[in-house]
Design a protein around this ligand. Structure first.
Ligand SMILES: [Ca+2]
Ligand SMILES: [Ca+2]
Ligand SMILES: [Ca+2]
Ligand SMILES: [Ca+2]
Length: 600
Protein backbone atom coordinates (compact mmCIF):
# COMPACT_ATOMS: atom_id res chain seq x y z
CA UNK A 1 0.00 0.00 0.00
CA UNK A 2 2.68 2.40 1.16
CA UNK A 3 4.82 1.43 -1.80
CA UNK A 4 1.93 2.17 -4.20
CA UNK A 5 1.46 5.64 -2.63
CA UNK A 6 5.06 6.57 -3.39
CA UNK A 7 4.73 5.20 -6.90
CA UNK A 8 1.68 7.42 -7.55
CA UNK A 9 3.34 10.43 -5.96
CA UNK A 10 6.41 9.95 -8.15
CA UNK A 11 4.20 9.80 -11.26
CA UNK A 12 2.26 12.92 -10.19
CA UNK A 13 5.48 14.86 -9.56
CA UNK A 14 6.85 13.72 -12.92
CA UNK A 15 3.67 14.87 -14.73
CA UNK A 16 3.81 18.24 -12.93
CA UNK A 17 7.42 18.69 -14.00
CA UNK A 18 6.52 17.85 -17.58
CA UNK A 19 3.61 20.28 -17.54
CA UNK A 20 5.79 22.96 -16.00
CA UNK A 21 8.37 22.56 -18.73
CA UNK A 22 5.63 22.69 -21.35
CA UNK A 23 4.10 25.87 -19.91
CA UNK A 24 7.52 27.46 -19.52
CA UNK A 25 8.39 26.67 -23.13
CA UNK A 26 5.09 28.13 -24.31
CA UNK A 27 5.81 31.31 -22.36
CA UNK A 28 9.28 31.40 -23.83
CA UNK A 29 7.81 30.95 -27.30
CA UNK A 30 5.70 34.05 -26.83
CA UNK A 31 8.49 36.20 -25.47
CA UNK A 32 10.68 35.04 -28.34
CA UNK A 33 8.15 36.40 -30.81
CA UNK A 34 7.37 33.04 -32.37
CA UNK A 35 3.72 34.05 -32.75
CA UNK A 36 0.54 32.32 -31.67
CA UNK A 37 0.13 28.58 -31.79
CA UNK A 38 -3.62 27.94 -31.78
CA UNK A 39 -5.41 26.41 -34.74
CA UNK A 40 -7.60 29.52 -35.01
CA UNK A 41 -4.50 31.65 -35.24
CA UNK A 42 -2.94 29.50 -37.92
CA UNK A 43 -6.17 29.51 -39.93
CA UNK A 44 -6.42 33.32 -39.69
CA UNK A 45 -2.78 33.78 -40.66
CA UNK A 46 -3.34 31.63 -43.72
CA UNK A 47 -6.66 33.15 -44.73
CA UNK A 48 -6.33 36.82 -43.75
CA UNK A 49 -2.59 37.23 -43.39
CA UNK A 50 -2.72 38.43 -39.77
CA UNK A 51 -3.82 37.47 -36.26
CA UNK A 52 -4.21 39.73 -33.22
CA UNK A 53 -3.01 38.17 -30.00
CA UNK A 54 -3.75 39.75 -26.58
CA UNK A 55 -0.47 40.17 -24.68
CA UNK A 56 -1.23 42.37 -21.63
CA UNK A 57 0.42 40.05 -19.10
CA UNK A 58 3.44 39.11 -21.17
CA UNK A 59 4.36 42.74 -21.72
CA UNK A 60 3.64 43.93 -18.17
CA UNK A 61 0.41 45.90 -18.59
CA UNK A 62 -1.75 45.53 -15.45
CA UNK A 63 -3.92 48.63 -15.85
CA UNK A 64 -7.68 48.47 -15.29
CA UNK A 65 -10.15 51.28 -16.01
CA UNK A 66 -12.83 52.20 -13.47
CA UNK A 67 -15.81 54.34 -14.53
CA UNK A 68 -16.30 57.86 -13.16
CA UNK A 69 -18.15 58.49 -9.88
CA UNK A 70 -21.39 60.47 -10.20
CA UNK A 71 -23.73 62.32 -7.90
CA UNK A 72 -26.16 59.79 -6.32
CA UNK A 73 -29.05 61.88 -7.72
CA UNK A 74 -28.51 60.17 -11.08
CA UNK A 75 -27.92 56.68 -9.68
CA UNK A 76 -30.90 55.40 -11.68
CA UNK A 77 -28.92 55.78 -14.93
CA UNK A 78 -25.37 55.79 -13.59
CA UNK A 79 -24.36 52.92 -15.89
CA UNK A 80 -25.47 54.98 -18.87
CA UNK A 81 -23.91 58.33 -17.93
CA UNK A 82 -20.66 56.89 -16.55
CA UNK A 83 -20.06 54.87 -19.71
CA UNK A 84 -17.04 56.76 -21.03
CA UNK A 85 -13.53 57.66 -19.87
CA UNK A 86 -11.44 54.69 -21.03
CA UNK A 87 -8.99 56.15 -23.55
CA UNK A 88 -5.61 55.52 -25.17
CA UNK A 89 -3.12 57.87 -26.79
CA UNK A 90 0.16 56.71 -28.29
CA UNK A 91 3.33 58.82 -28.25
CA UNK A 92 7.07 58.26 -28.14
CA UNK A 93 7.27 60.78 -25.29
CA UNK A 94 10.98 60.30 -24.61
CA UNK A 95 12.07 60.23 -28.27
CA UNK A 96 13.94 56.94 -27.92
CA UNK A 97 12.39 55.52 -31.08
CA UNK A 98 9.99 53.20 -29.21
CA UNK A 99 6.28 54.00 -29.03
CA UNK A 100 4.84 54.51 -25.54
CA UNK A 101 1.17 54.93 -24.59
CA UNK A 102 -1.05 56.68 -22.05
CA UNK A 103 -4.28 55.25 -20.59
CA UNK A 104 -6.83 57.26 -18.61
CA UNK A 105 -8.74 56.13 -15.57
CA UNK A 106 -11.88 57.92 -14.34
CA UNK A 107 -13.03 56.96 -10.82
CA UNK A 108 -12.27 59.46 -8.03
CA UNK A 109 -8.75 58.76 -6.78
CA UNK A 110 -7.91 56.29 -9.56
CA UNK A 111 -4.58 56.60 -11.37
CA UNK A 112 -3.82 57.15 -15.04
CA UNK A 113 -0.97 55.19 -16.59
CA UNK A 114 1.93 56.04 -18.90
CA UNK A 115 3.43 52.83 -20.26
CA UNK A 116 7.00 53.37 -21.34
CA UNK A 117 8.27 50.95 -23.95
CA UNK A 118 11.43 49.35 -22.58
CA UNK A 119 12.45 48.16 -26.04
CA UNK A 120 12.85 44.57 -24.82
CA UNK A 121 9.25 43.57 -25.43
CA UNK A 122 7.99 44.86 -22.08
CA UNK A 123 6.42 48.07 -20.80
CA UNK A 124 6.69 49.91 -17.48
CA UNK A 125 4.12 52.30 -15.99
CA UNK A 126 6.11 55.49 -15.31
CA UNK A 127 3.12 57.82 -14.80
CA UNK A 128 3.72 58.14 -11.04
CA UNK A 129 7.41 58.97 -11.43
CA UNK A 130 6.66 61.44 -14.24
CA UNK A 131 3.90 63.26 -12.35
CA UNK A 132 0.96 62.27 -14.56
CA UNK A 133 -0.72 59.45 -12.60
CA UNK A 134 -2.75 60.91 -9.74
CA UNK A 135 -5.02 63.11 -11.85
CA UNK A 136 -8.51 62.03 -10.78
CA UNK A 137 -8.43 63.54 -7.32
CA UNK A 138 -11.69 64.61 -5.70
CA UNK A 139 -12.80 68.03 -6.89
CA UNK A 140 -10.72 67.95 -10.11
CA UNK A 141 -13.08 65.79 -12.18
CA UNK A 142 -12.70 62.56 -14.13
CA UNK A 143 -10.20 61.92 -16.97
CA UNK A 144 -11.80 61.36 -20.37
CA UNK A 145 -8.79 61.30 -22.69
CA UNK A 146 -5.48 62.81 -23.75
CA UNK A 147 -3.89 64.05 -26.95
CA UNK A 148 -0.17 64.62 -27.46
CA UNK A 149 1.09 67.72 -29.26
CA UNK A 150 4.33 69.74 -29.13
CA UNK A 151 2.77 73.13 -28.34
CA UNK A 152 6.14 74.86 -27.76
CA UNK A 153 8.02 73.22 -30.65
CA UNK A 154 10.92 72.01 -28.48
CA UNK A 155 10.87 68.53 -30.01
CA UNK A 156 9.08 66.87 -27.06
CA UNK A 157 5.36 66.14 -27.39
CA UNK A 158 3.31 67.62 -24.57
CA UNK A 159 0.28 66.08 -22.89
CA UNK A 160 -3.19 67.61 -22.99
CA UNK A 161 -5.46 65.84 -20.50
CA UNK A 162 -9.14 66.54 -20.99
CA UNK A 163 -11.73 65.74 -18.37
CA UNK A 164 -15.20 66.14 -17.08
CA UNK A 165 -13.55 68.71 -14.90
CA UNK A 166 -10.33 70.64 -15.17
CA UNK A 167 -8.60 70.11 -18.51
CA UNK A 168 -4.83 70.48 -18.05
CA UNK A 169 -1.80 70.90 -20.30
CA UNK A 170 1.43 69.24 -19.13
CA UNK A 171 4.75 70.32 -20.56
CA UNK A 172 7.02 67.41 -21.41
CA UNK A 173 10.39 68.31 -19.87
CA UNK A 174 12.95 66.58 -22.12
CA UNK A 175 11.13 63.26 -21.80
CA UNK A 176 12.07 63.02 -18.13
CA UNK A 177 9.06 64.57 -16.35
CA UNK A 178 5.85 66.52 -16.92
CA UNK A 179 4.91 69.89 -15.45
CA UNK A 180 1.41 71.40 -15.50
CA UNK A 181 1.35 74.65 -17.48
CA UNK A 182 -0.11 77.27 -15.13
CA UNK A 183 -2.48 80.00 -16.38
CA UNK A 184 -2.53 78.48 -19.84
CA UNK A 185 -6.00 79.85 -20.62
CA UNK A 186 -7.70 76.44 -20.79
CA UNK A 187 -11.27 76.30 -19.42
CA UNK A 188 -11.46 76.10 -15.62
CA UNK A 189 -14.22 73.50 -15.79
CA UNK A 190 -15.97 71.78 -18.70
CA UNK A 191 -17.26 68.32 -19.63
CA UNK A 192 -14.93 67.53 -22.52
CA UNK A 193 -15.10 64.30 -24.52
CA UNK A 194 -13.14 65.28 -27.63
CA UNK A 195 -9.87 67.10 -28.23
CA UNK A 196 -7.54 67.65 -31.16
CA UNK A 197 -4.30 69.51 -31.70
CA UNK A 198 -4.20 71.31 -35.06
CA UNK A 199 -2.70 74.48 -36.47
CA UNK A 200 -5.80 76.46 -37.43
CA UNK A 201 -3.95 79.41 -38.96
CA UNK A 202 -0.71 77.69 -40.01
CA UNK A 203 1.50 80.00 -37.96
CA UNK A 204 3.56 76.99 -36.82
CA UNK A 205 1.94 76.91 -33.37
CA UNK A 206 -0.49 74.12 -32.53
CA UNK A 207 -3.95 75.24 -31.46
CA UNK A 208 -6.53 73.22 -29.53
CA UNK A 209 -10.11 72.20 -30.23
CA UNK A 210 -12.14 70.89 -27.28
CA UNK A 211 -15.60 69.38 -27.75
CA UNK A 212 -18.06 69.64 -24.86
CA UNK A 213 -20.60 66.90 -24.10
CA UNK A 214 -22.59 67.81 -20.96
CA UNK A 215 -23.05 71.54 -20.33
CA UNK A 216 -19.94 73.02 -18.69
CA UNK A 217 -21.86 74.31 -15.65
CA UNK A 218 -22.47 70.75 -14.42
CA UNK A 219 -20.17 69.02 -11.97
CA UNK A 220 -21.31 65.47 -12.56
CA UNK A 221 -20.09 64.27 -9.17
CA UNK A 222 -21.99 66.98 -7.26
CA UNK A 223 -25.11 68.00 -9.16
CA UNK A 224 -27.54 70.76 -8.20
CA UNK A 225 -30.12 69.46 -10.68
CA UNK A 226 -31.04 66.29 -12.52
CA UNK A 227 -31.96 68.32 -15.62
CA UNK A 228 -28.68 67.48 -17.33
CA UNK A 229 -29.83 65.25 -20.18
CA UNK A 230 -30.39 66.12 -23.89
CA UNK A 231 -33.57 68.00 -24.76
CA UNK A 232 -34.15 65.65 -27.72
CA UNK A 233 -32.79 62.38 -29.10
CA UNK A 234 -32.55 63.90 -32.58
CA UNK A 235 -32.04 67.64 -32.39
CA UNK A 236 -30.44 68.42 -29.03
CA UNK A 237 -28.59 71.73 -28.80
CA UNK A 238 -28.23 71.84 -25.02
CA UNK A 239 -24.86 70.07 -24.80
CA UNK A 240 -21.55 71.56 -23.70
CA UNK A 241 -19.97 74.41 -25.62
CA UNK A 242 -16.92 73.83 -27.79
CA UNK A 243 -13.61 75.64 -27.46
CA UNK A 244 -11.13 76.85 -30.03
CA UNK A 245 -7.99 77.88 -28.20
CA UNK A 246 -5.33 79.72 -30.17
CA UNK A 247 -1.73 79.17 -29.18
CA UNK A 248 -0.14 82.57 -28.44
CA UNK A 249 3.37 81.13 -28.40
CA UNK A 250 4.14 82.10 -24.80
CA UNK A 251 2.53 79.15 -23.05
CA UNK A 252 -0.92 80.70 -23.10
CA UNK A 253 -3.97 80.05 -25.24
CA UNK A 254 -6.64 82.54 -26.26
CA UNK A 255 -10.31 81.56 -26.51
CA UNK A 256 -11.23 82.44 -30.13
CA UNK A 257 -14.33 80.23 -30.34
CA UNK A 258 -16.71 83.11 -31.09
CA UNK A 259 -14.43 84.78 -33.60
CA UNK A 260 -14.02 81.52 -35.52
CA UNK A 261 -17.72 80.68 -35.48
CA UNK A 262 -17.52 77.44 -33.47
CA UNK A 263 -20.48 78.39 -31.30
CA UNK A 264 -22.64 75.28 -31.58
CA UNK A 265 -23.62 73.54 -28.35
CA UNK A 266 -24.36 70.06 -29.64
CA UNK A 267 -23.27 66.99 -27.67
CA UNK A 268 -19.78 66.50 -29.15
CA UNK A 269 -18.08 63.11 -28.79
CA UNK A 270 -15.34 63.21 -31.40
CA UNK A 271 -13.53 65.41 -33.90
CA UNK A 272 -10.88 65.13 -36.57
CA UNK A 273 -8.99 67.84 -38.44
CA UNK A 274 -7.45 67.55 -41.92
CA UNK A 275 -7.10 69.59 -45.08
CA UNK A 276 -9.87 68.41 -47.39
CA UNK A 277 -9.62 71.00 -50.16
CA UNK A 278 -5.88 71.35 -50.70
CA UNK A 279 -5.40 74.93 -49.45
CA UNK A 280 -3.29 73.64 -46.49
CA UNK A 281 -5.68 75.04 -43.87
CA UNK A 282 -7.27 72.22 -41.83
CA UNK A 283 -11.01 71.60 -41.90
CA UNK A 284 -12.73 70.23 -38.82
CA UNK A 285 -15.21 67.33 -38.75
CA UNK A 286 -17.23 67.27 -35.50
CA UNK A 287 -19.24 64.14 -34.57
CA UNK A 288 -22.21 64.84 -32.30
CA UNK A 289 -24.53 62.66 -30.24
CA UNK A 290 -28.30 63.38 -30.39
CA UNK A 291 -27.97 65.55 -33.51
CA UNK A 292 -26.28 65.88 -36.90
CA UNK A 293 -22.51 65.96 -37.40
CA UNK A 294 -20.85 69.20 -38.47
CA UNK A 295 -18.21 70.03 -41.09
CA UNK A 296 -16.31 73.26 -40.61
CA UNK A 297 -14.58 74.70 -43.66
CA UNK A 298 -11.46 76.64 -42.73
CA UNK A 299 -11.50 80.04 -44.47
CA UNK A 300 -7.79 80.81 -44.80
CA UNK A 301 -7.12 80.38 -41.10
CA UNK A 302 -9.30 83.34 -40.17
CA UNK A 303 -12.68 81.72 -39.49
CA UNK A 304 -14.71 78.55 -39.90
CA UNK A 305 -17.93 78.11 -41.82
CA UNK A 306 -20.22 75.20 -40.89
CA UNK A 307 -21.16 73.46 -44.14
CA UNK A 308 -22.44 70.06 -42.94
CA UNK A 309 -25.68 70.13 -44.92
CA UNK A 310 -24.03 71.52 -48.07
CA UNK A 311 -21.29 68.86 -48.13
CA UNK A 312 -23.73 66.01 -47.50
CA UNK A 313 -22.91 64.86 -43.98
CA UNK A 314 -25.30 67.01 -41.96
CA UNK A 315 -28.76 65.75 -42.89
CA UNK A 316 -29.58 62.78 -40.69
CA UNK A 317 -29.21 63.04 -36.90
CA UNK A 318 -27.46 60.03 -35.44
CA UNK A 319 -25.28 59.29 -32.42
CA UNK A 320 -21.87 60.46 -33.77
CA UNK A 321 -19.29 58.77 -31.57
CA UNK A 322 -16.24 58.65 -33.81
CA UNK A 323 -14.48 60.52 -36.59
CA UNK A 324 -11.41 58.95 -38.18
CA UNK A 325 -9.68 59.26 -41.52
CA UNK A 326 -9.07 56.56 -44.08
CA UNK A 327 -8.37 56.08 -47.77
CA UNK A 328 -10.14 52.77 -48.32
CA UNK A 329 -9.91 52.55 -52.10
CA UNK A 330 -6.45 54.06 -52.64
CA UNK A 331 -7.76 57.10 -54.44
CA UNK A 332 -5.43 59.47 -52.67
CA UNK A 333 -8.15 61.33 -50.76
CA UNK A 334 -9.50 61.19 -47.20
CA UNK A 335 -12.81 59.68 -46.22
CA UNK A 336 -14.26 60.08 -42.73
CA UNK A 337 -15.63 57.10 -40.81
CA UNK A 338 -18.26 57.92 -38.22
CA UNK A 339 -19.87 55.45 -35.80
CA UNK A 340 -23.39 55.20 -34.46
CA UNK A 341 -25.81 52.71 -32.95
CA UNK A 342 -27.10 49.56 -34.61
CA UNK A 343 -29.17 47.15 -32.51
CA UNK A 344 -31.12 44.55 -34.45
CA UNK A 345 -34.87 45.06 -34.18
CA UNK A 346 -34.53 48.26 -32.14
CA UNK A 347 -32.46 50.98 -33.75
CA UNK A 348 -30.60 50.84 -37.05
CA UNK A 349 -28.57 54.01 -37.53
CA UNK A 350 -25.58 52.47 -39.25
CA UNK A 351 -22.01 53.74 -39.39
CA UNK A 352 -20.96 56.00 -42.26
CA UNK A 353 -17.88 56.23 -44.46
CA UNK A 354 -18.00 59.68 -46.03
CA UNK A 355 -16.09 59.42 -49.29
CA UNK A 356 -15.14 62.71 -50.95
CA UNK A 357 -16.68 63.21 -54.40
CA UNK A 358 -14.40 64.26 -57.22
CA UNK A 359 -14.61 67.41 -59.29
CA UNK A 360 -16.08 69.95 -56.90
CA UNK A 361 -13.20 72.40 -56.79
CA UNK A 362 -12.45 74.06 -53.47
CA UNK A 363 -15.65 72.91 -51.77
CA UNK A 364 -15.49 69.20 -50.90
CA UNK A 365 -18.62 67.10 -50.70
CA UNK A 366 -19.20 63.56 -49.53
CA UNK A 367 -21.19 60.44 -50.33
CA UNK A 368 -21.74 57.59 -47.84
CA UNK A 369 -20.06 54.30 -48.78
CA UNK A 370 -20.70 52.61 -45.40
CA UNK A 371 -23.34 50.20 -46.62
CA UNK A 372 -21.86 49.32 -50.00
CA UNK A 373 -18.44 48.75 -48.40
CA UNK A 374 -19.92 46.44 -45.78
CA UNK A 375 -18.78 48.52 -42.77
CA UNK A 376 -22.16 49.88 -41.74
CA UNK A 377 -23.29 47.55 -38.96
CA UNK A 378 -20.87 47.77 -36.05
CA UNK A 379 -23.32 47.31 -33.16
CA UNK A 380 -23.21 50.08 -30.55
CA UNK A 381 -19.95 51.39 -31.97
CA UNK A 382 -17.46 53.76 -30.36
CA UNK A 383 -13.88 54.31 -31.50
CA UNK A 384 -12.60 53.15 -34.87
CA UNK A 385 -9.29 53.32 -36.72
CA UNK A 386 -8.10 52.39 -40.17
CA UNK A 387 -4.76 50.68 -40.64
CA UNK A 388 -3.32 48.06 -42.96
CA UNK A 389 -3.30 45.08 -40.58
CA UNK A 390 -1.91 42.60 -43.13
CA UNK A 391 0.32 45.02 -45.10
CA UNK A 392 -1.38 44.16 -48.40
CA UNK A 393 -1.71 47.81 -49.43
CA UNK A 394 -5.36 48.26 -48.39
CA UNK A 395 -6.47 49.88 -45.15
CA UNK A 396 -8.42 47.60 -42.81
CA UNK A 397 -10.72 48.77 -40.01
CA UNK A 398 -11.02 48.06 -36.28
CA UNK A 399 -14.23 49.24 -34.55
CA UNK A 400 -14.68 49.04 -30.76
CA UNK A 401 -18.22 48.39 -29.61
CA UNK A 402 -20.51 47.32 -26.76
CA UNK A 403 -22.34 49.92 -24.66
CA UNK A 404 -23.10 48.40 -21.26
CA UNK A 405 -22.27 44.81 -20.37
CA UNK A 406 -23.88 44.50 -16.92
CA UNK A 407 -26.30 41.74 -15.82
CA UNK A 408 -26.25 39.03 -18.45
CA UNK A 409 -29.38 38.30 -20.48
CA UNK A 410 -31.01 41.60 -19.52
CA UNK A 411 -31.78 44.61 -21.70
CA UNK A 412 -32.55 48.23 -20.90
CA UNK A 413 -33.81 48.82 -24.45
CA UNK A 414 -37.49 48.33 -23.53
CA UNK A 415 -37.28 50.69 -20.51
CA UNK A 416 -35.31 53.13 -22.66
CA UNK A 417 -38.22 53.37 -25.10
CA UNK A 418 -40.37 54.80 -22.28
CA UNK A 419 -38.25 57.94 -22.22
CA UNK A 420 -37.33 58.23 -25.91
CA UNK A 421 -40.97 58.96 -26.78
CA UNK A 422 -41.25 61.81 -24.25
CA UNK A 423 -41.10 65.57 -24.83
CA UNK A 424 -38.02 67.63 -24.07
CA UNK A 425 -39.05 68.21 -20.46
CA UNK A 426 -39.26 64.49 -19.84
CA UNK A 427 -36.14 63.49 -21.78
CA UNK A 428 -34.03 66.31 -20.36
CA UNK A 429 -34.45 65.27 -16.73
CA UNK A 430 -32.46 62.23 -15.58
CA UNK A 431 -34.99 61.50 -12.84
CA UNK A 432 -37.57 60.60 -15.53
CA UNK A 433 -35.36 57.92 -17.01
CA UNK A 434 -36.36 54.41 -15.83
CA UNK A 435 -34.01 52.86 -13.28
CA UNK A 436 -31.52 50.63 -15.10
CA UNK A 437 -31.45 48.16 -12.20
CA UNK A 438 -28.12 46.88 -13.41
CA UNK A 439 -29.41 45.92 -16.82
CA UNK A 440 -27.24 45.65 -19.91
CA UNK A 441 -27.75 47.62 -23.10
CA UNK A 442 -26.16 46.46 -26.35
CA UNK A 443 -23.48 44.75 -24.27
CA UNK A 444 -21.47 41.54 -24.62
CA UNK A 445 -20.62 42.09 -28.26
CA UNK A 446 -17.46 41.36 -30.20
CA UNK A 447 -15.50 44.34 -31.57
CA UNK A 448 -15.57 44.53 -35.36
CA UNK A 449 -12.49 43.77 -37.42
CA UNK A 450 -13.05 44.40 -41.09
CA UNK A 451 -10.53 43.25 -43.67
CA UNK A 452 -10.37 45.36 -46.82
CA UNK A 453 -10.60 42.84 -49.66
CA UNK A 454 -9.39 45.51 -52.09
CA UNK A 455 -11.56 48.04 -53.89
CA UNK A 456 -13.16 49.11 -50.63
CA UNK A 457 -15.19 45.94 -50.06
CA UNK A 458 -14.70 44.69 -46.51
CA UNK A 459 -14.97 41.22 -44.97
CA UNK A 460 -16.03 40.79 -41.34
CA UNK A 461 -13.28 38.77 -39.63
CA UNK A 462 -14.35 39.61 -36.06
CA UNK A 463 -13.71 36.79 -33.65
CA UNK A 464 -11.63 34.99 -36.28
CA UNK A 465 -8.63 37.30 -36.53
CA UNK A 466 -8.38 37.44 -32.71
CA UNK A 467 -9.66 35.36 -29.78
CA UNK A 468 -13.30 36.06 -28.82
CA UNK A 469 -13.72 38.98 -26.37
CA UNK A 470 -16.77 41.02 -25.44
CA UNK A 471 -15.50 44.02 -23.53
CA UNK A 472 -17.21 47.42 -23.81
CA UNK A 473 -14.62 48.85 -26.21
CA UNK A 474 -14.17 52.62 -26.39
CA UNK A 475 -10.89 53.95 -27.79
CA UNK A 476 -8.74 52.29 -30.47
CA UNK A 477 -5.16 53.16 -31.43
CA UNK A 478 -2.98 51.66 -34.16
CA UNK A 479 0.71 51.52 -33.36
CA UNK A 480 3.87 49.62 -34.23
CA UNK A 481 4.77 48.68 -30.63
CA UNK A 482 7.89 46.65 -31.34
CA UNK A 483 9.34 48.33 -34.46
CA UNK A 484 8.56 45.31 -36.61
CA UNK A 485 6.88 47.10 -39.55
CA UNK A 486 3.52 45.84 -38.31
CA UNK A 487 0.53 47.72 -36.90
CA UNK A 488 -0.46 46.47 -33.46
CA UNK A 489 -3.78 47.51 -31.90
CA UNK A 490 -4.57 48.91 -28.45
CA UNK A 491 -8.21 49.01 -27.31
CA UNK A 492 -9.23 50.86 -24.14
CA UNK A 493 -12.24 49.09 -22.62
CA UNK A 494 -14.72 50.80 -20.31
CA UNK A 495 -14.58 49.73 -16.65
CA UNK A 496 -12.20 46.94 -17.55
CA UNK A 497 -8.68 46.04 -18.65
CA UNK A 498 -7.46 47.34 -22.01
CA UNK A 499 -6.61 44.86 -24.75
CA UNK A 500 -3.09 45.14 -26.10
CA UNK A 501 -3.07 43.17 -29.33
CA UNK A 502 0.22 42.06 -30.80
CA UNK A 503 -0.33 41.67 -34.53
CA UNK A 504 1.22 38.58 -36.07
CA UNK A 505 1.62 38.85 -39.81
CA UNK A 506 1.89 35.62 -41.75
CA UNK A 507 3.07 36.87 -45.12
CA UNK A 508 6.04 38.46 -46.84
CA UNK A 509 4.34 41.77 -47.59
CA UNK A 510 6.36 44.95 -47.64
CA UNK A 511 5.79 48.29 -45.94
CA UNK A 512 7.14 51.78 -45.46
CA UNK A 513 6.74 54.15 -42.50
CA UNK A 514 7.31 57.89 -42.24
CA UNK A 515 7.86 60.05 -39.17
CA UNK A 516 7.63 63.79 -39.82
CA UNK A 517 9.33 66.71 -38.13
CA UNK A 518 8.21 70.18 -39.14
CA UNK A 519 10.60 73.14 -39.35
CA UNK A 520 8.51 75.95 -40.84
CA UNK A 521 5.37 73.98 -39.96
CA UNK A 522 4.63 72.94 -36.36
CA UNK A 523 7.33 70.57 -35.07
CA UNK A 524 4.94 67.58 -35.02
CA UNK A 525 4.01 68.14 -38.66
CA UNK A 526 0.35 67.84 -37.61
CA UNK A 527 -1.75 68.61 -40.66
CA UNK A 528 0.79 67.23 -43.13
CA UNK A 529 -0.47 64.83 -45.82
CA UNK A 530 1.74 61.99 -46.99
CA UNK A 531 1.01 60.34 -50.31
CA UNK A 532 2.68 57.27 -51.74
CA UNK A 533 2.33 55.95 -55.28
CA UNK A 534 3.12 52.36 -56.27
CA UNK A 535 1.91 49.79 -58.79
CA UNK A 536 -0.63 52.25 -60.20
CA UNK A 537 -2.03 52.84 -56.71
CA UNK A 538 -2.02 55.95 -54.57
CA UNK A 539 -2.67 56.19 -50.83
CA UNK A 540 -2.82 59.24 -48.61
CA UNK A 541 -2.55 59.54 -44.84
CA UNK A 542 -2.46 62.53 -42.53
CA UNK A 543 -0.56 63.37 -39.38
CA UNK A 544 -3.32 64.22 -36.90
CA UNK A 545 -3.37 65.52 -33.35
CA UNK A 546 -5.88 62.87 -32.27
CA UNK A 547 -8.72 61.09 -34.03
CA UNK A 548 -11.22 58.29 -33.44
CA UNK A 549 -12.99 58.31 -30.08
CA UNK A 550 -10.79 59.61 -27.23
CA UNK A 551 -7.69 58.25 -28.91
CA UNK A 552 -4.54 59.02 -30.82
CA UNK A 553 -2.61 56.69 -33.11
CA UNK A 554 1.19 56.55 -33.29
CA UNK A 555 2.73 59.70 -34.75
CA UNK A 556 4.47 57.93 -37.62
CA UNK A 557 2.44 56.91 -40.67
CA UNK A 558 2.52 53.26 -41.75
CA UNK A 559 1.78 52.04 -45.27
CA UNK A 560 1.55 48.39 -46.33
CA UNK A 561 2.44 47.87 -50.01
CA UNK A 562 1.83 44.16 -50.56
CA UNK A 563 4.46 42.38 -52.62
CA UNK A 564 5.58 45.47 -54.50
CA UNK A 565 9.35 45.63 -54.86
CA UNK A 566 9.33 49.37 -54.21
CA UNK A 567 7.31 52.55 -54.39
CA UNK A 568 7.57 55.24 -57.05
CA UNK A 569 7.34 58.32 -54.91
CA UNK A 570 6.64 59.54 -51.42
CA UNK A 571 5.25 63.07 -51.34
CA UNK A 572 4.81 65.20 -48.23
CA UNK A 573 2.48 68.18 -48.32
CA UNK A 574 3.41 70.23 -45.27
CA UNK A 575 0.91 72.64 -43.71
CA UNK A 576 3.36 75.49 -44.44
CA UNK A 577 2.76 74.86 -48.14
CA UNK A 578 6.18 73.30 -48.70
CA UNK A 579 6.18 70.03 -50.64
CA UNK A 580 8.90 67.39 -50.25
CA UNK A 581 9.17 64.68 -52.90
CA UNK A 582 11.23 61.56 -52.31
CA UNK A 583 11.53 59.31 -55.38
CA UNK A 584 12.03 55.58 -54.77
CA UNK A 585 12.56 55.65 -50.99
CA UNK A 586 13.85 52.47 -49.39
CA UNK A 587 11.05 50.14 -48.28
CA UNK A 588 10.67 47.98 -45.14
CA UNK A 589 12.08 50.84 -43.13
CA UNK A 590 11.05 53.89 -41.13
CA UNK A 591 12.02 57.24 -42.66
CA UNK A 592 12.33 60.22 -40.37
CA UNK A 593 11.85 63.27 -42.57
CA UNK A 594 12.52 66.88 -41.61
CA UNK A 595 10.62 69.52 -43.55
CA UNK A 596 12.62 70.83 -46.50
CA UNK A 597 15.60 68.59 -45.63
CA UNK A 598 14.58 65.22 -47.02
CA UNK A 599 17.27 62.58 -47.13
CA UNK A 600 16.62 59.20 -48.74
CA1 LIG B 1 9.61 55.86 -26.08
CA1 LIG C 1 7.03 70.38 -26.17
CA1 LIG D 1 -1.77 78.24 -34.82
CA1 LIG E 1 -5.06 45.31 -45.51
Amino acid sequence: MRHKFWQILTIVVFICLLLGTFIASRKKDKSNNKGPVSQEAEAALKQYGFYLEPVNEEIGVTFRHVSPDLDPKVDNIKLQIASVGASVAVCDFDNDGWNDFYLTNSATGSKNALYRNLGNGRFEDVAEAMGVADLNQKGTGASMGVVWGDYDNDGYKDLLLYKWGKTTLFKNVNGTSFEPVASSGLPEWANINAAVWFDVDNDGLLDIFLGGYFKESFHLDSLLTTRIMPESFRYANNGGRNYLLKNKGNGTFEDVTQQYGLTSTKWTLSAVAADFNGDNFPELYVANDYNVDEFYMNREGKTFEETGAAVGIGHIPKSGMNASLGDINNEGSFGVYTTNITEKGVLIQGNNYWQPKAGKGKQPSFVDLGQISGIENGGWSYGAQFGDLNNDGYMDLYVANGFISAKENTSYWYDYSKVTGGNSNIIGDAKNWPDMEGKSQSGYTQDKIWLNNQDAIFEDVSGKACPPATYDGRAVAMVDLWNRGVLDVIVANQNNVPTIYKNNIGNDHHWIAVDLQGTRSNADGIGARVEITWDGKKQVQAVTGGMGFSSQNQHRLHFGIGQAAGIEQLTIYWPSGHVDKIPHPAINTLHTVKENQPAD
